[in-house]
Design a protein around this ligand. Structure first.
Ligand code: PLP
Length: 496
């Protein structure tokens, strides 16, 4: 749909083409489109700003501003006392068409690095997560105190905002490093000085950075036999050799790892909430891993993704707090506790490694967004993060209970569920005969957004099932989704 002005030649873009734009950019883009596709010919005269304002029911000021911008960009000429004309000499970029989107040729693919080839093939399809049954990795954003966040942001811009526009320290804004150290001590029992905290754009960035700092080509790296594919991709950044180590109900099997690769440079674990199985690493295993790492000289990377969402009375003590030999690098993210697009995460670095991490970071992306760091520091210091998390833990716990209850009622425990003491997702195991990947594809066609567990364990083929996210779904959506899932699984069962 388009509103016409000056005849049918010249229309104001509406509908999806203009969604999300201000009125001024809507006018700018409408005129530009008409110029570029030739409806407004070079040298032709535009309707007057007054006419456009009347026909489009947009203020005269807005029209003037948009036309001025088009003039500054070289698309229009304003002749005093005469009118506004399309330039005879349009900017040279105007006639150039960008290359059409098409798949890469074989020759182009051959130029990709081996690392990129692996990344391409381990990429999860389906785009970014959506709050639908049962996409994993999505917090319930409707409860986030957006008004408060907006107020804190405005205040930061107003007082000292200019100081936050320049280059930030590579380790992070001191206020946020301090707030993070305090927050971690209270919520996770992590003991560290603010000087050990590096603020990152994402947890995965931390994994990539540490693989640059600590790994050489062909170094062995233990990873849990099933894990988040992007972590594997980031760990292999420096050409390291990933060694999947078996897991049992106590977590990573340290003895089995020693047999598979006795001298790894690094071990990546998710002890609080194993991703995706949900297992929590027993205290005995955590101590055995630390003791062995200390003897062998391996670094331990403790990935605490979703570790701050624990629904049981007892929190498990992080490896970082049990570590007496400074072997543990602790990583966490604000993605779920605050919101995903914030892109803020943190790494607690053992003191002897701080200088090298800072030096390497300063030569890569250098630092993280200044204002966002400052606002988050204020959010934590004002006690808002802990109260938001308290609230969300209770909401997620109740959503988890609803999902487990509904699956129990509909599928009668025929398909074992993984431990669900925390996190925002639960693993549902399927018999081998019901292969999870094709089943999930059929599920998508039936409107169920399902992720196969096998994707997390590409080399082992040990896991077969569904990874169900529940945190972003209302109780009603969970009940309806679980019933739909149960009907779908039963139909799949009959197909066998
Ligand atoms: C184990 C693990 N680490 C890290 C991440 C991603 O964290 P971020 O959003 O900060 O990159 C994920 C996401 O699912 C994950 O499963």
């Amino acid at each position: 749909m388009a509103k016409a002005a000056g005849g049918q030649l010249f229309t104001l873009l509406e509908g999806p083409e203009s969604a999300g734009h201000t009125r001024r950019s809507q006018v700018y883009k409408s005129c530009l489109k008409a110029i570029l596709d030739g409806r407004l010919a070079r040298g032709s005269r535009l309707p007057s700003a007054r006419e456009l304002a009347r026909d489009w029911r947009i203020s005269r000021n807005t029209i003037d501003e948009a036309l001025l911008q088009l003039q500054a960009d070289g698309f229009l000429e304003r002749r005093v006392g005469d009118g506004t004309y399309v330039s005879r000499d349009l900017p040279s970029t105007a006639s150039r068409k960008p290359a059409a989107m098409r798949p890469a040729s074989r020759a182009a693919q051959a130029s990709y690095s081996a690392w990129a080839q692996r990344a391409l093939h381990s990429r999860l399809p389906g785009g970014s997560p959506q709050p639908r049954a049962f996409f994993a990795g999505f917090p319930a954003l409707e409860f986030f105190p957006l008004d408060l966040w907006q107020r804190l942001t405005t205040r930061r811009y107003r007082t000292g905002g200019r100081d936050l526009l320049g280059y930030m320290p590579s380790m992070g804004l001191p206020a946020l490093r301090e707030a993070t150290a305090r927050h971690l001590a209270i919520s996770r029992g992590v003991t560290c000085a603010p000087e050990q905290v590096m603020i990152l754009n994402s947890l995965i960035q931390g994994v990539e950075l540490l693989s640059r700092v600590l790994l050489e080509r062909d170094d062995a790296v233990w990873v849990e036999e099933a894990g988040y594919p992007n972590v594997r991709t980031a760990l292999s950044m420096s050409g390291a050799r990933l060694v999947p180590v078996p897991m049992d109900e106590e977590g990573l099997d340290v003895a089995a790892g020693q047999e598979l690769a006795p001298k790894p440079a690094l071990v990546h674990v998710t002890p609080a909430f194993q991703y995706p199985s949900g297992t929590r690493m027993s205290l005995q295993r955590r101590l055995a891993l630390l003791e062995w790492a200390n003897r062998s000289g391996a670094w331990i990377v403790e990935d605490d993704y979703q570790g701050d969402f624990n629904y049981e009375a007892r929190n498990i003590e992080p490896l970082q707090a049990l570590d007496r030999a400074s072997r543990v690098i602790h990583l966490g993210t604000y993605t779920n506790a605050v919101f995903p697009s914030l892109r803020l995460a943190y790494m607690v670095i053992p003191p002897p490694l701080c200088a090298v991490f800072e030096a390497v970071r300063s030569q890569l992306d250098d630092h993280t967004h200044g204002i966002q760091q400052a606002v988050l520091a204020d959010f934590i210091d004002g006690g808002h993060l802990s109260s938001h998390m308290r609230r969300m833990r209770s909401i997620y716990k109740s959503r988890r209970d609803t999902l487990l209850g509904e699956l129990h009622a509909t599928l009668r425990d025929e398909y074992p569920l993984g431990p669900a003491h925390g996190g925002m997702n639960v693993a549902m195991h399927l018999p081998k005969a019901m292969r999870d990947a094709p089943l999930c594809e059929r599920g998508w066609k039936a409107g169920l957004h399902l992720a196969p567990l096998s994707r997390h364990a590409p080399t082992q083929g040990g896991l077969n099932g569904l990874f169900l996210g529940y945190a972003a779904l209302s109780e009603r959506e969970i009940r309806a989704g679980a019933r739909r899932l149960a009907r779908f699984i039963e139909a799949e069962h009959r197909r066998r």
